[in-house]
Design a protein around this ligand. Structure first.
Ligand SMILES: NC(=O)c1ccc[n+]([C@@H]2O[C@H](COP(=O)([O-])OP(=O)(O)OC[C@H]3O[C@@H](n4cnc5c(N)ncnc54)[C@H](OP(=O)(O)O)[C@@H]3O)[C@@H](O)[C@H]2O)c1
Length: 297
C-alpha cells in the first residue's frame, strides 16, 4: 500500500482520478472559507468539496483564484441541492458561475430527495431521484461536468436506481457519512461490488465530534505521536475511501494533510472499526422522505 496519501488518487469507474484527501467546506462561513481554501491549496491539497446548499461556492471560487494553483490541477466537487431536482441545468449553471469555472470534476446529487421548492416539507409527487439521475446523465456530454455521482444513497436506493432502465451511467461516487461510529461496512462492500467509489464525509465526526472523547482512538493516536484527526483520516484512507476533512483553522488544515510515511496496523484498523457506539451527524428527519434504512452494516 502506498503511504504517500497526499499524492494518492482513487480511480473512478470513468477512469478519472479523484485525490484521496480533500478539503470539506460545509459550515465554513463565507468570510472564512476563502482563506481556508487558499490555505489548503497552498498546503498541497488538490481536492475541494463544496455544494450549492452550503451557500459558499462563490467564496470557494475566490479562494481557488487567490491560491494561484492552476484550475486543471484541482479536483472540484459540488452538489445539486434538493429543491433543484427539476432544474438540473439551472443548478449546474449557478454552481459554475459562482465557482468561476467552466467545469466541475464531480457533480453529485446531494440527497435522494426531490424536494418541492415551494414547500420544503413536501416531496414532488411526480418526480424522484431516478428522474433527477436521468437529467444528470446528460451533463458530461457538455464537458461542464466530468463525472457524476450521488450522495447519501443507502443500498436500497442504489438498488432502485441501478435497476431502472433509464440508468445508463453507474454513479462514479457515493459520498456518505463514514467514521468509526458510523462505519457502514455493508454499504462500502455493496458500492465496491458495483464499481462505485465512496467518499467519507464527516470523517472526523463533524462539529463537536463525540469521537474526540473516544479512549481507544486517543490511545492509538498517542502511541503513534499523531493527532486523533490524523488517525481518523488514515482509518478512512486505508479502507479505500477518499476523505474530505473540513477545517477553517490554518494549523488544522496543515495537520490534516500530514498523512504521508505512516500507517495504521491491522489491529489498529480493527479496533477503530469495532467501536461500540453509533451516531450519525446527518440524519434524514429534516427531509420530506426517509433515505436511511439501517441497511448499511
Ligand atoms: N454530502 C453530504 O451530505 C455531506 C454532509 C456533511 C458533510 N459533507 C462534506 O464533508 C465535509 C466534512 O464533514 P463535516 O464538515 O461534517 O465534518 P468533519 O470534517 O468531520 O469535522 C469538521 C470539524 O472538525 C474540526 N476539525 C478539523 N480538523 C481538526 C483537527 N485536526 N483537530 C480538531 N478538530 C478539527 C473542524 O473545526 P474548524 O473548522 O473550526 O477547524 C470542524 O468543527 C464537509 O465539510 C462537507 O464538505 C457532505
Amino acid at each position: 500500500m502506498s503511504n504517500e496519501w497526499t499524492k494518492k488518487t482513487f480511480t473512478l469507474n470513468t477512469g478519472a482520478k479523484i485525490p484521496a484527501v480533500g478539503l470539506g467546506t460545509w459550515q465554513s462561513k463565507p468570510n472564512e472559507v476563502r482563506e481556508a481554501v487558499k490555505a489548503a491549496l497552498l498546503a498541497g491539497y488538490r481536492h475541494i468539496d463544496t455544494a450549492l446548499a452550503y451557500g459558499n461556492e462563490a467564496e470557494v471560487g475566490l479562494g481557488i483564484k487567490d491560491s494561484g494553483v492552476p484550475r486543471e490541477e484541482i479536483w472540484i466537487t459540488t452538489k445539486l441541492d434538493n429543491p433543484w431536482h427539476k432544474r438540473v441545468e439551472e443548478g449546474i449553471t449557478s454552481s459554475l458561475k459562482d465557482l468561476q469555472t467552466d467545469y466541475v470534476d464531480l457533480y453529485l446529487m446531494h440527497w435522494p430527495s426531490s424536494t418541492d421548492p415551494d414547500d420544503l416539507k413536501k416531496h414532488y409527487p411526480d418526480w424522484n431521484f431516478v428522474d433527477t439521475w436521468r437529467e444528470l446523465q446528460k451533463l458530461p456530454a457538455s464537458g461542464r461536468v466530468k463525472n457524476i455521482g450521488v450522495s447519501n444513497f443507502a443500498i436500497k436506493n442504489l438498488e432502485i436506481l441501478l435497476k431502472d432502465e433509464s440508468c445508463k451511467t453507474v454513479p462514479a461516487v457515493n459520498q456518505v457519512e463514514l467514521h468509526p461510529n458510523n462505519p457502514s461496512p455493508k454499504l462500502i462492500d455493496y458500492c465496491k461490488e458495483k464499481g462505485i467509489h465512496c467518499t467519507a464525509y464527516s470523517c472526523l465526526g463533524s462539529t463537536n465530534s463525540p469521537l474526540a472523547h473516544d479512549e481507544a482512538l486517543k490511545k492509538i493516536a498517542e502511541s503513534k505521536g499523531k493527532s486523533t484527526a490524523q488517525v481518523l483520516l488514515m482509518w478512512g484512507l486505508q479502507r479505500g475511501t477518499s476523505v474530505i476533512p473540513k477545517s477553517v483553522t490554518a494549523s488544522r488544515i496543515e495537520g490534516n494533510f500530514q498523512l504521508d510515511g505512516w500507517s495504521l496496523t491491522d489491529d489498529e484498523m480493527k479496533t477503530l472499526s469495532s467501536r461500540p457506539d453509533r451516531f450519525k451527524v446527518c440524519g434524514d428527519a429534516w427531509l420530506p422522505v426517509k433515505v436511511f434504512f439501517g441497511d448499511d452494516e
